[in-house]
Design a protein around this ligand. Structure first.
Ligand code: PMP
Length: 433
């Protein structure tokens, strides 16, 4: 059906009532966003009837693609019984039991509504437990939109400062100086500099916040030595090792943390664990999680949320995670390896200076001959950004393939070899332009 409404007509209505016409800047594209009619499995059809293969999966949150029948059926049943109550549900407990069993570090869990909220709760619980004010985070890493977590993530190189002591750069105008003062920035995967920087703030740091495979930094994994060094530092300095696995939980059965020799104290999750619905979760050591426990004589971190653990998200999440078992993860990670191999062939044939980083079921293209290993190496100047936009537009408009706007793909279990072949051929065509 090519007679659907015009994308431009909807966008002009949107601009009159929604700032910039979008509620999330992620979906904005020039000259206008495209609007969805429906989606199923690995395919999205827009309102003009154009069908595209989806390798973005709502920013890595749909591990089983769109409208998986098992999830749709379970949620439909629950919808009829109500969607949120000022009472508990068994669904929440079922889901908690399932997740707790996936990692030795998960002794207790709490559900929230987004990755941002999970990271925020993790930071606040760390402060409440240690009694210290500061957090440390990696330069360039994205952790959602909590003030403290969003420092130094899209800084202009002229603001970066000395690599030995990177600047804390607020993202949003008007961020209070007090917030800036309480965030310490370190260079990802750079052990010596990071330990130096942490040492300078040793008595003030509540937690070291780290995404083990940070997408915005460049989507390459933290080395085991780096994570071990930070772990040891946190033991010595009474600080918390806080993993942001909002994206990376997909990497293994127990998240990317399975790849390391040490276990984080706290882990924030989100995205895939909601089975397509809004969710976040904070899991970790019982002793630390106790700061949230209303039965404590002194409640250090009173914690609530109107829609936290609503039975729609916990039902969808439980079904999705039951299906995302060890076999499903193995198959998906193998398929991703195959895709990377095929894309590397396309790069060779087109003879273009492009490299690939990634882990598990995620990868990202870089417009450099060799893959970056540090944030500052992965930074894209304007001319590269323009090339990326041109390639993504070509993929979207001509090849009908949706990728994440950093030129990344986050796979879903619904993908098969034929979609991988389409992707590597389409990229080859795009590289040759
Ligand atoms: N942490 C990481 C690593 C993320 O990628 C994101 C979202 N892209 C978040 C936290 C925030 O999650 P949400 O958008 O659900 O608030």
């Amino acid at each position: 059906n090519k007679t659907g409404k015009e994308n431009t007509a909807i966008y002009s209505r949107a601009c009159k009532v929604i700032t910039g016409g979008v509620s999330r800047n992620t979906i904005f594209r020039e000259p206008h966003p495209y609007y969805v009619s429906h989606a199923k499995g690995s395919y999205i059809t827009d309102i003009k009837g154009v069908e595209r293969i989806d390798f973005a999966n709502n920013m890595a949150s749909l591990i089983h693609g769109h409208a998986h029948p098992n999830i749709t059926n379970a949620v439909t049943k629950q919808l009829k019984k109500g969607t949120a109550y000022t009472m508990g549900t068994e669904s929440e407990v079922d889901f908690a039991e399932l997740l707790i069993n996936r990692s030795v570090g998960f002794e207790k869990i709490r559900f929230v509504n987004s990755g941002t909220e999970a990271v925020m709760t993790m930071i606040k619980a760390s402060r409440a437990y240690t009694g210290k004010p500061k957090i440390a985070k990696a330069e360039g890493a994205y952790h959602g939109t909590y003030d403290y977590a969003e420092m130094s993530q899209t800084a202009n190189p002229s603001n970066w400062g000395d690599i030995n002591k990177p600047n804390t750069v607020p993202l949003v105008d008007g961020t209070p100086q007090g917030v800036v003062d309480d965030v310490v920035i370190f260079p990802f995967n750079d052990i010596e500099r990071t330990l130096n920087i942490l040492d300078q703030n040793a008595d003030k740091i509540a937690c070291v916040l780290i995404d083990p495979v940070p997408h915005r930094i460049g989507l390459f994994p933290a080395s085991n030595q780096f994570i071990e060094a930070i772990y040891k530092w946190t033991r010595k300095n009474n600080a918390i090792l806080a993993f942001d696995e909002v994206v990376t939980f997909r990497v293994n059965y127990g998240g990317a943390q399975d790849n390391y020799s040490v276990v984080p104290d706290l882990t924030a999750m989100g995205k895939i664990i909601g089975g397509g619905f809004p969710i976040g979760a904070l899991a970790g050591k019982s002793e630390i999680m106790q700061v949230l426990n209303p039965r404590q004589a002194i409640l250090k971190h009173p914690h609530s949320g109107t829609f936290s653990a609503n039975p729609i998200s916990t039902t969808a999440g439980r079904i999705a995670m039951e299906m995302f078992d060890e076999n499903a993860i193995l198959r998906l990670n193998e398929l991703t390896k195959k895709a990377i191999y095929q894309i590397k062939e396309s790069i060779k044939i087109a003879d273009v200076p492009i490299s690939i980083t990634g882990d598990g079921s995620m990868f990202r293209l870089h417009f450099t001959e060799t893959a970056p290993r540090l944030y500052r190496e992965a930074y894209q100047p304007k001319q590269i950004k323009n090339i990326v936009t041109e390639l993504l537009d070509y993929m979207f408009l001509k090849e009908h393939i949706i990728m994440i706007n950093t030129c990344a793909c986050m796979f879903a279990t619904t993908l098969e070899q034929k979609e991988i072949d389409r992707l590597s051929q389409a990229l080859l065509n795009g590289f040759r332009l």
